[in-house]
Design a binder for this molecule. Sequence first.
Ligand code: SAM
Ligand code: DTB
Ligand code: SF4
Length: 327
Amino acid sequence: MTDIRQDWSKEEIEEIYDTPLLELIYRAATIHREFHNSQEVQMCTLLSVKTGGCSEDCAYCPQSARYQTAVKPEKMMDVEKVLLSAKCAKESGTTRFCLGAAWRQVRTSKDFDKVCDMVKGITSLGMEACCTLGMITPDQAKKLKDAGLHAYNHNLDSSREFYGKIITTRTYDERLETLENIRNANITVCCGGIVGMGETKEDRIGLLHTLATLPEHPESVPINALIAIPGTPLENQKRISVWEMARMVATARILMPKAMVRLSAGRINMSDLEQAFCFMAGANSIHTGEKLLTTPAPGVDGDQQLFDLLGLKPAALKPSKVEEMAS
Ligand code: SAM
Ligand code: DTB
Ligand code: SF4
């Protein structure tokens, strides 16, 4: 039985990351099968409920007001419209619906009340509700928990050392504080990062080290491959190689065996074979649907075809979770 450890050293992580590739994948695939049903993949759908006009300077992001991108700022979506979208997503097999807002941080406001209503509605549809709204205080986290929130996504994005080259308007420690506030409110933590921003292997290992040595591992770890978006400072970054992506997924799987490791942004630029390799490496969750937040995704039909090809099926919610939601 594999132990769950929070005391990984950077050297140990580097050794895992550098294992000959096929051996690494085999190890990750074995641990994957010890903790999960390897034929099931969790389906999550994203919806941007407040798009664009963000004050932050995240160098990868098309929603920052500082960059000239194709994303135009929009006002907060209506609760009814969001719940209609959630219903459609449920019909296509999604079990988690995630609301994104282009905010630096949550402000206690009418818009935040709307998000709480959306969370209530999604939960009562029998799906896990997730939010990604930027930094959050303990009080705001408690409000979301009371509304039924299951998970909160807040990424560390990269290593502490590389982070400052990508974002200057909020610190790594502020991110860690938000993660603590989510954990303390008994909301599950979804936290990962982006590869392909020009970081080194050491930065990727640094990110994995921070995640795997948190007081509790995140329940879900999104691994995003940068989508280089015209108008952002990272617009000319070359696509990351699938081998690096697979090493990242496999190492995350070995370090945090219980976590859902999500093949997040970037699938649109990956072939079926490349995605299959990442599933083999231990990824067991994806964002499905036509869009991520602002960029196109392979779509429900594309995902279905891939699943048919690989003999994968969308994971159902655990029966205990369904009971909890109904109560
Ligand atoms: N504004 C909130 C925040 O920053 O916490 C929530 C939304 S933000 C868009 C959620 C995450 O999406 C970011 O932390 C980043 O990891 C990921 N992301 C954004 N743009 C991306 C891109 N172009 N390629 C890959 N991942 C991206
Ligand atoms: C995460 O780690 N990746 C998702 C989700 N969490 C919110 C977002 C990816 C966004 C990609 C760029 C876009 O579509 O705007
Ligand atoms: Fe704003 Fe989030 Fe985009 Fe950063 S990642 S610019 S905080 S929407």
